[in-house]
Design a protein around this ligand. Structure first.
Ligand code: MLT
Length: 403
C-alpha cells in the first residue's frame, strides 16, 4: 500500500499567502462593491522593462526558425546569462564567482525549498523569527522540523528578531548546522551591514555550519554599508549559498527566473555542495525557458539596467509614502529603506490577525499579519511597496481615516 509523507500532515493550515488569498476572496465575494487594495503578498505591479520585452520578443522569433529554435537547455542555465550574472552581479563588486558556480532557476522560493534535498534530515536548522514561511514549511515537509507545538517546531532553532534587538538575530547559543538568513529581510524589511554579518561567517566556520543566504531583495539596498552579496565578506564562499531572484529586481514574478550560487570552496565533510546541487538540478529540473533567460539577460544591458532601476526607485518611493503615512497616525514602523517591506507595529497591542481584519474590513487594504511569519511576528503587520503609487496613496488615506 502506498504511504504518504506524513510530515505534510504536521503542517498547520495552508501556506500563509494562500490563507490570506482565500480570506480576501471570501471578503470580496461577500462585499462585491468594496474596493480592495492589495499590499499583502510581495507581488510587483509595474510591467516588465521595454528592454526585457524586446529581448523576449526577439527570442520568440528565434524559436520560430529552424536555426534559432531551442529545445532542452542546460539545466544550470545558458552561458550567456550565467556569464552576465558573474560579470555584473559579482565581478563588478570585486567578487570572484565562476559561471559554473551559478545555477539559473525558476525562483528563489523554489531553490530555498529544494536546497534541502542535498542536506541530511539530521541537520539542526536555525531560522529567524519572524521568517519567510518557505524555509520553515519545506524543512517540516522534509521531516527536519520535528513536531508543531505551541506555534513552534520542536526541532528548529528559532532566532527571535524583535524590536529589542533591532530585528537582528543573535548568534545561536547552541550548535546548529544550517542557518537561513535573509537580508534585506522579508518580512521585517531590516537590512544587515557587513559588520553585522561578519560574526555569522565566523560562527559557520567554527561550527561547520552552512548559511543559506536569501538575497532576493538586494536591488533595494541604498545604504553603502549593506552588502549586496554575502560573498562581499571574507570567507563567505567557504560557508554560504546565495539565492538571488529577478522577481523583485526586474518584475519577473510571473515570468520566473532566479539563480543560486554555490561556490566550489563550499564543502561539507570534504564534499562539494556545488556537485550535489548540480546532480539534483540535472535530475529534477529542465532549466528556465530560453525566452525567459534572454529576457533576464537584457536586465544587465545599459538600457535594461536603467529601466529596472527606475522601477526599484518607484517602489522605494512607495515604501517612503507608507512609512510616512503610518508614522503620522502614530504607528511605529520599521524597514522600507533598503527593502520593499514595511513592518508596522499594531496599535494598542492588537493581535496581528485582528489588525489585518480591521484593515481589510474598514479600509479595504490587504496586509500580511506578522504572526503568520512566526511567533515573534505577533503584534505586527507587513505591508508591501509593490502596489502602484496611486493605490499606495489611496490605501494610506484609507488607513489614516480609520486610525
Ligand atoms: C512575500 O510576499 O513574502 C513574497 O512575495 C513571497 C515570495 O516571493 O515567494
Amino acid at each position: 500500500m502506498a504511504k504518504i509523507n506524513e510530515n505534510y500532515l504536521k503542517l498547520p493550515g495552508s501556506y500563509l499567502f494562500s490563507t490570506i488569498a482565500k480570506k480576501v476572496s471570501a471578503y470580496s465575494e461577500a462585499n462585491p462593491d468594496k474596493e480592495i487594495i492589495k499590499m499583502g503578498i510581495g507581488d510587483v505591479t509595474k510591467p516588465l522593462a521595454p528592454s526585457v520585452i524586446d529581448a523576449m520578443r526577439k527570442a520568440v522569433d528565434e524559436m520560430g526558425t529552424a536555426e534559432g529554435f531551442h529545445g532542452y537547455g542546460p539545466e544550470q542555465g545558458y552561458d550567456f546569462l550565467r556569464n552576465k550574472i558573474v560579470e555584473k552581479d559579482y565581478k563588478a563588486r570585486g567578487i570572484d564567482i565562476k559561471a559554473d558556480e551559478v545555477f539559473v532557476s525558476d525562483g528563489a522560493k523554489s531553490d530555498c525549498g529544494n536546497i534541502g534535498d542535498i542536506f541530511s534530515k539530521d541537520n539542526k536548522v536555525a531560522v529567524c523569527d519572524p521568517v519567510y514561511p518557505v524555509y520553515v514549511d519545506t524543512n517540516a515537509m522534509a521531516g527536519r522540523a520535528g513536531e508543531f507545538q505551541d506555534e513552534h517546531w520542536t526541532n528548529l532553532y528559532y532566532m527571535p528578531c524583535t524590536e529589542e534587538n533591532g530585528f537582528m538575530p543573535e548568534l545561536p547559543k547552541e550548535k546548529v548546522d544550517i542557518i537561513y538568513l535573509c537580508f534585506p529581510n522579508n518580512p521585517t524589511g531590516v537590512s544587515a551591514t557587513r559588520e553585522q554579518l561578519k560574526p555569522w561567517i565566523k560562527y559557520a566556520k567554527d561550527n561547520g555550519a552552512v548559511i543559506l543566504y536569501d538575497s532576493a531583495y538586494e536591488a533595494f539596498i541604498t545604504d553603502p554599508d549593506v552588502p549586496h552579496s554575502i560573498y562581499e565578506l571574507d570567507g563567505a564562499k567557504e560557508v554560504a549559498i546565495e539565492f538571488r531572484s529577478f522577481s523583485k529586481t526586474a518584475g519577473f514574478t510571473g515570468t520566473r527566473c532566479a539563480y543560486t550560487v554555490i561556490p566550489r570552496e563550499l564543502k561539507v565533510n570534504g564534499t562539494e555542495l556545488n556537485g550535489l546541487w548540480n546532480r539534483r538540478q540535472c535530475t529534477k529540473f529542465n532549466g528556465v525557458p530560453y525566452i525567459i533567460q534572454r529576457g533576464a539577460e537584457a536586465v544587465y544591458s545599459d538600457e535594461g539596467y536603467k529601466q529596472t532601476r527606475e522601477a526599484i526607485a518607484y517602489y522605494l518611493e512607495n515604501a517612503k509614502i507608507i512609512r510616512d503615512a503610518l508614522t503620522k497616525v502614530g504607528l511605529t514602523v520599521y524597514g522600507g529603506e533598503n527593502a520593499p517591506y514595511i513592518w508596522a507595529k499594531t496599535p494598542d497591542g492588537m493581535k496581528s490577525w485582528d489588525f489585518f481584519d480591521k484593515l481589510l474590513e474598514e479600509a479595504g487594504v490587504v496586509t500580511t499579519p506578522g504572526a503568520g511569519f512566526g511567533p515573534s511576528g505577533e503584534g505586527y503587520i507587513r505591508l508591501t511597496a509593490f502596489s502602484t503609487k496611486e493605490n499606495t496613496i489611496k490605501a494610506m488615506e484609507k488607513i489614516q481615516a480609520i486610525l
